[in-house]
Design a protein around this ligand. Structure first.
Ligand code: TRP
Length: 331
């Protein structure tokens, strides 16, 4: 089976947009590929989180991904900082990465603009750490968002350059991987195009029924159309997209007809949508609570994941050391 590697930044709770986007594709991917998913806690140090916050967010993300259906029997899920081999490869890759190219990475430039008082070396070498994450497993496919394309280009450069310098065909070049052509784009409740944490328009998987219902109730609407079969404005289209995702097809069809014959009552639509959304989220929320309250289980899963990841990385690093010239005799 082909190897897939992806890192998850431990930033906040998962929302419906994450769930129907990346998370669902991970859950499907684990059936067809040898998947390694890890929580990128080293990467999150670029913004100096407090220890308590870091611990909490790593645990939350682990519990939430498991609750969504990442199955440790099918995929390897681990915490980045448990696999020290990554650091060794990170060092080797840094020796062959140039200041110029690292400085041109837009995510670096953006972060440097956002935190001008903390433009640290970790931020600068973010792409080589990411390359080490990937190359240590010799992964061929990396599911990442569009914003990661430059980092992926750097990972390929690191692989190519290592191979060139040592005259070997060792690291394969990892490719950006889109698993399903039709990734669902989940709209926000504020009439905007996309549900996102920074937009503040999210329904979280850990929200309780009351919170969800209130959020749906407050969703932006306009008054119904006066002309039959009018096109739907964006905020209304968004509510219909959510109905399509959370409700039965008949429900969608019913409200679509009410929109088209100008008899729609958004109060009714929202009540129905809230109920259906609660039904989608409730079982996930309950599993999140189960995992979150079972530290022993979370620790066992993280430990076993780390063991598997370490085994895979250690094999690569043994060979890398040999290629570089660190032979047992020299030590
Ligand atoms: N940089 C990725 C992001 O911000 C997270 C990440 C870190 C990652 N290491 C990775 C993704 C390795 C894929 C492979 O989303």
């Amino acid at each position: 089976m082909e190897k897939v590697v992806s890192g998850i930044r431990p930033t906040g709770n998962l929302h419906l947009g994450n769930y129907f986007g990346a998370v669902t594709s991970f859950v499907k991917m684990q059936e067809d590929y040898d998947c390694m998913f890890f929580i990128a806690d080293w990467h999150s140090l670029t913004t100096q989180p407090k220890p308590g916050d870091l611990r909490r967010s790593v645990k939350t993300i682990l519990a939430e991904y498991l609750a969504c259906g990442i199955d440790p029997e099918k995929a390897t899920i681990y915490i980045q900082s448990d696999v020290k081999e990554t650091l060794e490869l990170y060092l080797y890759l840094n020796m062959n990465a140039y200041l110029g190219e690292l400085g041109r990475v837009t995510t670096f430039k953006e972060k440097a603009r956002k935190q001008p008082n903390n433009v640290n070396a970790g931020l600068f070498t973010y792409p080589t750490l990411m390359a080490a994450d990937i190359l240590q497993h010799k992964a061929l496919k990396v599911p990442v968002g569009k914003d990661q394309q430059q980092n992926m280009e750097m990972a390929r450069k690191c692989a190519r350059r290592f191979n060139n310098i040592y005259g070997v065909e060792f690291f394969p070049e990892p490719q950006d991987f889109t698993y399903s052509a039709k990734a669902l784009k989940i709209p926000g409740l504020d009439g905007s195009g996309k549900m996102g944490k920074s937009e503040g328009n999210c329904v979280y998987l850990c929200d309780d029924d009351k919170t969800i219902t209130n959020k749906v109730k407050k969703a932006l609407t306009v008054s119904g159309a006066e002309v039959p079969n009018s096109p739907k404005p964006e905020c209304i289209e968004n509510l219909f997209t959510l109905l399509e995702i959370c409700s039965a097809p008949e429900v969608y069809k019913f409200y679509d007809e009410r929109w088209n014959d100008c008899t729609i009552r958004f109060g009714d639509l929202k009540k129905q949508l809230a109920e259906d959304m609660c039904n989608v989220i409730r079982p996930i929320r309950e599993r999140i609570m189960e995992f979150s309250s079972n530290d022993t289980l979370l620790e066992k899963i993280a430990r076993e994941g780390a063991e598997r990841a370490r085994e895979s990385a250690a094999k690569t690093l043994r060979e890398v050391r040999e290629i570089i010239g660190f032979t047992p005799v020299a030590r």
